[in-house]
Write a protein that binds this ligand. Structure first.
Ligand code: V07
Length: 261
């Protein structure tokens, strides 16, 4: 009896994507979502495939999640694609990973233009292989006038080193007499981070069951809602993204309009 009256979770998950997206009208959509895309190697291992096959599948999933985030009206999507720690991986794996930006952009750039999406990057560009740099720089240039969602890749990124660099820039300016010690504030540090043009993330998602930050956006995540799932990144689909966003909206409603107080 009750079964027929109660809208169960399974019903909700069986609804199609368009229906779930339409149902969000009037809800607060996170402006900026950041994702740690973990579990690609494990996805491959489960299928007795090489790790790089998992990375390739993960890259295909970036397209899917980019389209979904764009459809629900997210303004910025930051994806942790390669950390400064990832250089320690086997040389062939690193070489494969460094080809993924080119493959992704070659096949996806026309659609990114149609969707009015702008490509951005945070991380140390200079120590990437030249072919990777060229592909990313070309995509940033071609999409620079796009005014829709920002698709921001963290590539060769480490948060502590980003903070160190911001502080060094500020101290240099102080030494040069351009600012005083009192001018070093939370705001001035924020504007010297690589994310200065983006709002702080509202929602952080990490896939594959790890519950840690791994040197990702430590400063920017100070007030962010965290959402963790055991789902491996290649299996994290549009419905998973909507599950995370729905939970974010539930938490937001619980503030009862008291957010920030
Ligand atoms: C990478 C696929 C996603 C899962 C995580 C590891 C492997 C997309 C890019 C990319 C980066 C910059 C850019 C366009 C696309 C990428 C790396 C790894 C190094 F401008 N996916 N993906 N880059 N993976």
């Amino acid at each position: 009896m009750l079964n027929k009256l109660v809208w169960r979770k399974s019903d909700k998950q069986n609804r199609n994507l368009q229906e779930r997206i339409s149902d969000m009208t009037g809800e607060i959509v996170p402006k900026h979502i950041a994702i740690i895309m973990d579990g690609n190697g494990r996805w491959a291992k489960k299928r007795a495939m090489p790790r790089v096959a998992g990375h390739h599948e993960g890259m295909k999933n970036v397209r899917k999640i980019t389209r979904a985030a764009n459809r629900i009206g997210v303004q910025a999507l930051t994806l942790y694609a390669f950390s400064t720690e990832n250089w320690k991986r086997p040389k062939l794996e690193v070489e494969f990973l460094m080809r993924l930006p080119e493959e992704f952009l070659t096949s996806f750039l026309p659609e990114l233009m149609e969707l009015n999406i702008r490509i951005a990057m945070i991380g140390e560009m200079d120590s990437l292989p030249e072919h990777t740099q060229n592909a990313v720089k070309k995509a940033m240039k071609e999409t620079e006038k796009n005014t829709g969602m920002v698709l921001n890749f963290a590539l060769n990124y480490g948060s502590r080193s980003e903070i160190v660099s911001a502080v060094q820039q500020l101290v240099q300016k102080a030494q040069d007499g351009e600012l005083t010690v009192e001018d070093i504030t939370e705001d001035s540090i924020s504007t010297h981070l690589m994310t200065s043009e983006l709002p702080e993330p509202d929602l952080l998602i990490r896939t594959s069951g790890e519950i840690r930050l791994s040197n990702f956006m430590l400063w920017q995540l100070a007030y962010t809602e965290f959402w963790f799932t055991d789902t491996l990144w290649p299996d994290f689909d549009e419905h998973s993204l909507l599950d995370a966003v729905n939970d974010y909206q539930k938490r937001n409603r619980r503030y009862g309009g008291l957010k920030g107080e």
